[in-house]
Design a binder for this molecule. Structure first.
Ligand code: SAH
Ligand code: AVI
Length: 339
């Protein structure tokens, strides 16, 4: 790890450690590489500045955006079963966002065990981690929060290891990785897990195309605003002057790849100067910048993930429509040999 670690104790129960590079060089080069590619892209983690995190919270309340309410309903159903045994455990949430899902699990922990539980949110958004840490310690005064401002694709090794852990990866955020990245990510996660650890992962399932496309093309234009907001992160990192007005929001289901693709399509020919590049960034009218893939899953994918990682499926919970699944996996003693 090249980056200096800074640590802040905000309240007695909350510590936030920063592992993202303070120089932001890596972020700059990730954006430049994307904007220089044949199909221009911006990595989707750049959605989540303070405004982007807020816009995502707004998305989760939209009638068209079924994943959040479906996953929360599933979590409510299974929480008593899963949480009753929580004692001396670290609950690690990757891409933790607004903490509303973890609250459902925490609510079901027996009160006498609460002081033995530590919550470890891992997110690139400082706004999301600090806000949710404050909300959680208000609501669960016994709990300790140890936030990690970190990239789950790069910094899994900084997650504390001394206690048994439940890793949570909700919201189908796995789907925002390419298929190759998601397999590598799960292998990397397995490599930091140890016998006795568990993984609870939320996956959005393949379904009727209309339902999928409506979820990313809401009537109020919140998803469009979320999509365009990524340009303000880009402007901040690479010191450009992209205007959201130069682009339109496009989201469609790519059936051959089982994924929603979100793009920003240029409304006119553009030439944008950037201090990190010799040439201007040129974008033709109609050309798109890919901002997000959101892969959708089948039972087959779920079993493949278990097979690839050697983790054992304890249960697959799904709603009546089979729109969303929560997969509970265990790292069993000896499962390091089963890959
Ligand atoms: N888990 C929440 C939030 C999902 S939004 C839910 O289910 O509602 C995705 C979250 O992942 C955001 O909070 C974003 O900041 C975070 N995120 C995206 N890419 C990340 C990365 N590479 N490393 C860490 N956090 C990331
Ligand atoms: C965080 N992630 C799983 C969301 C998704 O559905 O892919 C982000 C999002 N993009 C548009 N709407 C929601």
């Amino acid at each position: 790890m090249n980056c200096p670690e800074t640590s802040a104790i905000i309240r007695k129960q909350i510590a936030i450690r920063k592992y993202l590079c303070s120089t932001e060089q890596e972020e700059v080069s990730e954006i430049i590489v994307g904007l220089s590619a044949q199909q221009k892209y911006i990595p989707s983690k750049f959605f989540y500045d303070a405004n982007g995190s807020k816009l995502f919270e707004d998305i989760t309340c939209l009638p068209e955006y079924y994943p959040t309410r479906t996953e929360k309903a599933l979590l409510k159903e299974i929480a008593p079963q899963i949480s009753k045994a929580f004692r001396n455990i670290d609950i690690v949430e990757l891409g933790s966002g607004d903490c509303s899902k973890i609250s459902i699990l925490l609510d079901a922990i027996p009160f006498e065990n609460m002081a033995t539980v530590r919550y470890i949110p891992v997110d690139v958004s400082h706004a999301a981690i600090s806000k949710s840490a404050r909300i959680l310690v208000e609501r669960f005064p016994e709990i300790t929060v140890h936030g990690l401002l970190a990239d789950f694709l790069k910094h899994l090794s900084v997650i504390p290891k001394e206690t048994k852990r439940l890793f949570c990866f909700f919201g189908s955020t796995l789907g925002n990785l390419t298929r190759k990245q998601s397999v590598q990510f799960l292998l990397d996660l397995k490599a930091v897990m140890k016998p006795g650890d568990q993984l609870l992962i939320g996956l959005d399932m393949v379904k009727d195309i209309k339902v999928l496309e409506n979820a990313y093309n809401d009537n109020q234009g919140v998803t469009a605003a979320f999509n365009k907001n990524i340009l303000s992160s880009v402007n901040q990192y690479i010191k450009t002057e992209f205007s959201p007005d130069w682009f339109e929001h496009v989201a469609f289901y790519n059936q051959s790849k089982d994924r929603i693709e979100m793009h920003l399509r240029a409304l006119k020919d553009l030439e944008i100067s950037c201090m990190y590049l010799q040439d201007n960034i040129r974008i033709k009218k109609g050309e798109t910048i890919l901002t997000e893939n959101s892969h959708k899953y089948t039972r087959r994918h779920i079993f493949d993930f278990a097979c690839i990682t050697g983790l054992k499926i304890n249960a697959v919970y799904t709603d009546n429509n089979q729109w969303f699944s929560l997969v509970h996996l265990n790292y069993l003693i000896g499962s390091q040999d089963s890959q």
